[in-house]
Design a binder for this molecule. Structure first.
Ligand code: MRU
Length: 353
């Protein structure tokens, strides 16, 4: 597995530290962030990306900015913190982990307000310390959750299976193990060999730049393919399971994930290949009824026309459609692999406790 930390907190400088994923695989470089707008921009630009990693980065980011708030009372501090939370939360709309993590941080701070009031001059540092602790706890939880997803997912796989994945739901998208890659990494620990096929994932190439990179670095047998090649592998019997991550699962099981996921699910269904969504509970949004209610991020046209090319690939004025995610209908999902077990889409609602 990759030895690099995706997201971390620098206690000495009170800063969010991220591995800059826009530089991968060519360069390993870390960025240290302390300013609200810089944190929002880093998330928007995908320097840190993948739903669970975005959540933990936002939590560390809020902890870092909390250390720089100047306020006379805990109430004023809380109001100021809330303003900064709103700015970070606006970075990306689809991955529910972003708002989930930020709301959790605000709740912890709010619960601590009475104690902070009593603590007098020390009150605000009590609040900032409890924010740092909560963010560190989230990171540890994410590692444990991904490991459990890996153990549960492994029960569905056999030695030698061919596994197709889309985008990067790997260690780089989380704090360790990934979600869709976790069964592969846990399997590797136990002596399993899998053949992983990674969709390149246009337009931002998370599959080519990140999934292929991290699996290869871990010694996993990985083969890269263009997004339009999956059917030709499936028809040859090379794929025994599809494992993908998710950015938001609605209460009925409809699942938003990287653009192109829904097409892969339709192909898997046609070829009778199980299609599994690896989903930490933090990504399940029981407040959102169906996939139609999930906000889908639209991104800049130049990601399609210009980025990755020496020169622009389209005539000036050509209109571009560039949604970052699509929604896979729950009827196409064989099961969700979660930290609490394997759950059929129709049983998801029962887990809302
Ligand atoms: O735009 P990205 O790179 O943040 O999209 C990431 C994905 O779609 C992942 O599959 C998803 O966040 C799950 S990561 C465990």
């Amino acid at each position: 597995m990759l030895k690099y930390e995706t997201v971390d907190y620098d206690k000495e400088n009170n800063a969010l530290v991220i591995l800059d994923q826009t530089k991968l695989p060519g360069e390993i470089s870390y960025i240290s962030l302390t300013d609200t707008e810089d944190i929002r921009e880093a998330i928007y630009l995908l320097k840190v990306r993948g739903a669970p990693a975005i959540g933990v980065a936002a939590a560390f980011g809020l902890a870092a900015v909390s250390k720089r708030i100047e306020a006379n009372t805990p109430e004023v501090f809380f109001e100021e913190l809330n303003k900064r939370k709103e700015i970070i939360n606006a970075a990306r709309p689809t991955a529910v982990n972003l708002s989930w993590a930020l709301e959790r941080m605000m709740r912890v701070c709010e619960n601590e307000l009475p104690r902070a009031r009593e603590a007098g001059a020390e009150g605000i540092s009590c609040l900032t310390e409890c924010l740092v602790k909560e963010a560190l706890r989230m990171k540890e939880e994410d590692i444990a959750v991904c490991r459990k997803i890996g153990e549960n997912g492994l029960t569905l796989l056999k030695q030698g299976d061919g596994i197709l994945t889309h985008c990067n739901a790997g260690g780089l998208a989380t704090c360790r193990y990934g979600t869709a890659t976790a069964p592969v990494y846990i399997g590797q620990e136990q002596g399993y060999d899998f053949h992983v096929y990674a969709d390149e994932t246009r337009p931002l190439l998370q599959g080519a730049r990140l999934t292929a990179f991290e699996l290869q670095a871990a010694g996993v047998d990985v083969t890269l393919l263009c997004d339009n090649m999956a059917a030709s592998l499936m028809v040859k019997g090379k794929i025994q399971a599809v494992l993908v991550g998710c950015d938001r699962v609605a209460a009925n099981g409809d699942t938003a994930n990287k653009i192109g996921t829904s097409g892969v699910a339709i192909l898997a269904n046609y070829y009778h290949i199980p299609f599994y969504v690896c989903a930490p509970f933090s990504t399940i949004d029981f407040q959102t009824e169906t996939g139609k209610d999930i906000p889908i991020e639209e991104r800049n046209a130049d990601e399609v026309t210009t980025l990755w090319y020496k020169e622009k690939m389209t005539a000036d004025g050509v209109k571009v459609y560039n949604p970052a995610f699509d929604v896979t209908d729950h009827s196409l999902i064989t099961a969700f692999i979660t930290e609490r077990g394997i759950i059929a889409p129709d049983d998801l609602k029962k887990m809302d406790v």
